[in-house]
Structure formats: C-alpha cells, structure tokens
Design a protein around this ligand. Sequence first.
Ligand SMILES: NC(=O)c1ccc[n+]([C@@H]2O[C@H](COP(=O)([O-])OP(=O)(O)OC[C@H]3O[C@@H](n4cnc5c(N)ncnc54)[C@H](O)[C@@H]3O)[C@@H](O)[C@H]2O)c1
Length: 476
Amino acid sequence: MTPSNEPSFRESVDMMYNRAVALMDLSPGLEEKIRVCNATYTVRFGVRLRGTIHTFTGYRSVHSEHMEPVKGGIRYSLGVNQDEVEALAALMTYKCALVEAPFGGSKGGLCIDPREYDEHELELITRRFAYELIKRDMINPAQNVPAPDMGTGEREMAWIADQYKRMNTTDINGVACVTGKPTHAGGIQGRTEATGRGVQYALHAFFRDPKGMERAGLTGELDGKRVVIQGLGNVGYHAAKFLSDEDGCLVTAIIERDGALFDDKGLDVEEVHRWISKHGTVKGYPDAPLETDGAKLLEAECDILIPAALEGVINLSNAHRIKAPLIVEAANGPVTAGADEILREKGVVIIPDMYANAGGVTVSYFEWVKNLSHIRFGRMQRRQEEARHQLVVDELERLSADTGIGWQLSPNFKEKYLRGAGELELVRSGLDDTMQTAYQAMAEIWHSRDDVDDLRTAAYISAIGKVAASYRAKGI
Ligand SMILES: NC(=O)c1ccc[n+]([C@@H]2O[C@H](COP(=O)([O-])OP(=O)(O)OC[C@H]3O[C@@H](n4cnc5c(N)ncnc54)[C@H](O)[C@@H]3O)[C@@H](O)[C@H]2O)c1
C-alpha cells in the first residue's frame, strides 16, 4: 500500500486539484470553496449478531452541493476511513461535472469486511446503516443518492431502497433514493456492467485520438494489445471481459488480493472469474501460473495497465518500475500524487479515474431519471420508432401499388429496426456518447495548451470550470 512518506488519499486528490487550479483563473475564495469537503457525517451503530451486539462505524461525506442531489457510492471495506470517503467524495464532484451528470459529489463507507458475514447478517447491517443515513436525509432521492462501490452491489442497493420505502411510505419517488438496484427493483439494464463498459469506451475514445496514441507511443488497434488488470471485481471483470471478448485484447495478467495469474498468450477472463467466484481466491487455478506477490505484476511489460481495485497501489515505491505506456484508472485514486509526477516524467499516459470510471455514475443518472419519470426507459423512443417503422411500411405499400412491383421488407426487418430502441441499447449508446464527449473536452485542453501536459490536469480543468460556473450562477 501507499508508503507512509506519501500524502494521504485526500491530500493526493487536493494536490492534483491544486496543480490544475494553478493554471486556471479562479478567485482564491472560489478555489477553496470548490476544493474543501462540505461535511462528513460519522455514525456508530450497533447490530445484534450471533448473540452479541457488534458496533460498526460508517461515514457519508458530502463534498460539494453545487448541484443536488449529491451522488456517490457506498463502500464496504476494512480500509474505510474519513480521509478516504472525503477523497472519494471530491472525485465524485469532479467526475459528475466532467461527464455532465447533474449531481454534486458524495461518498459513503462502512468499516467492515463483508466476507465475514452471511447474507442475513449483511442485510441487518445494511438496513441499520441505511436507517441512520435516511433519518438524517443523507439518503434521499432529492438530496443524496448512493450507488454501489467496492464491497457492495445491487443486492445492498435493493435493501437500501426498501428501507427508504419503509421509512417514507408516501414518497412516490422513493425508489430513486439509490441507484445500481436490480432491474426487478427499479434498476436499469446495463448498470451492473456500466463502469467496466465505460472503461472500454474510454479506451475506444483514446484509440481514436492519434495525438494521444502518439504521446503514449502506441500504434494500431486494441486488437492484440496486452492488458494487465488489477482486481477482478465488478469493474475489473466487466472491463477485462469486454476488452478481451469484443476488442481482441490479451489479458496477460490478473492481479487479485492473494496473488496474480499470468499468461503471455492471454488468460480466459470468464474461467478465472468463475474460479474466483467459486473458491474466493485465484490460488489453485489450474490453467495459469500464480505469482504470490501479485502487486509485482503491476510492473509487468504490457501495453495497457488497468488498476481496478483500490487506491494508492501505484506509489513512490513502484512508480519508477512501471513499464506500461498507458494506465487506465478504473479504480479511484490508484496512482498517488507522487507517482503521478514520476509517471508523467517518464512519458506514461494516464487516463484518469474521474473520466475512466465515470460509466457507473453516467448510467446511475439514467436510472435516477427513469425512476423519477415513472416510465420504462426507452418506452417513448420505442413508440416513436414503431411509428417511423409504420411510415416505411406504408411507403413501400404505396410504391408497390404505383409500380406494380411487390416491394417487401425482409421478415426480421422490424425486429432489427426496433432493436436500437431497447433499454439496454439506449443505455449503451448514451454511455458511449457521454464518454466520447467528455474525452473530446479533455483532449482539446490536453492538445491545445502548452502548459497542460497530461490528461488528468486537463480533466480537472474541464471539471473545475463547470463546477465554478455553477457556483457563480448561484451567486456564491
Ligand atoms: N462499482 C462501481 O460502479 C464503481 C464505479 C466507479 C468507480 N469504482 C471504483 O472501482 C474500484 C473497484 O470497485 P468494484 O466495484 O469493482 O469493487 P469490487 O468489490 O466489486 O471488486 C474489487 C476487487 O478488487 C480485489 N482486491 C481487493 N484488494 C485487492 C488488492 N490489494 N490487490 C488486488 N486486488 C484486490 C477484490 O478481491 C475484488 O475482486 C474502486 O476503486 C471503486 O471505487 C467502482
């Protein structure tokens, strides 16, 4: 983990923020207002488990309310602390601004290793944590909307939504109090895969940028590129799966908490994922060698390094040994401020967290809108497409009558025509469009300004500019 001579996660985020702000023309007061975290609530609550009361510590931090509701995941991990949630909440503010999701930034965490509890116990703990946050309006569809993060998923989000409904029976918008829910409980198709899908779209956008590719010293397509990925959880698994199955990348190493698997010819992501799900470890996987010091493989030769587990894994102790020319920060804060400087000097290109993992919040936005509109996402579009399809059918009938030639559409034309109007397709195309637009905004700053030599600073400049405009419009 991060060596003790390095700044904390929150300090690291602030240093990166300061680096960007120094290149902007903001008044000192506004500079500080945007940087600081508005409030962090700490809660300690007891739950009776296995005959005794266990006390848990949780946090919900609100970084910026320039837009409401504020948004950000809830993390379950033993490493959770105030500094971490504040850093993550700040990143949420910048991320939402960068991809123009109309939210402020927030984050929550519970200091717990979820693997130590069974499902029933986790439900009791989650409902109790949610109760504490709901009664203080720190979970609320209009004010603060959590989502999954490390250690949580759609199951926990369904419990939170249900807890909110129990406590607010007359709130017709209650289901919008949290995103990342299962589809049968108000979720949206494509949310579970969204962050990994966004990582894939971020790489597509980067590979379409010749100047960016040149800076990284990369050529050609994604096909055949060697990818090392750390963390085969929600984000890492989906990113690795899409990049290998759909783009032809070779996933040459998978680093997990208890070791790393590697194979220059490419690992079978699905098989490794199945193994981990069944055995809870990469150990014993029969089809690839294991390196017990997994983090060593962050330094392996590859084209693309994707840290998708936790923060601070690329730090002063290993940054100078990183060989990948391109790092995609699927995790939040995987590169410390000190490592960032070393990597920049080495010419390594980093696609920064606030952009690379923004797929999750983008699709969460779609879910929230779907919940508030009380209509199936895409239903209106489908109706429009059906009407357009009917126009084509009518036109062909008229042509056939006029010309005497029996024009007919192929039997599966309607199905193919309407396929693009399904919920999943709309979510994917909306996400793709968002990732492309945000990349262009960053790349324009990166390529046009002599004083900006990295994508992270460009991302901060783009994001901070939008947050500042929002504060100015409010008259603050
Ligand atoms: N879930 C989301 O939608 C989302 C959205 C944006 C950003 N993120 C960020 O992505 C990262 C991963 O989140 P997730 O939702 O995939 O979490 P997850 O809990 O689903 O998966 C995390 C994975 O990392 C592994 N891991 C933990 N410690 C490790 C270590 N020391 N070395 C190697 N592997 C380790 C775990 O075993 C697990 O497989 C986090 O930084 C999170 O903040 C997640």
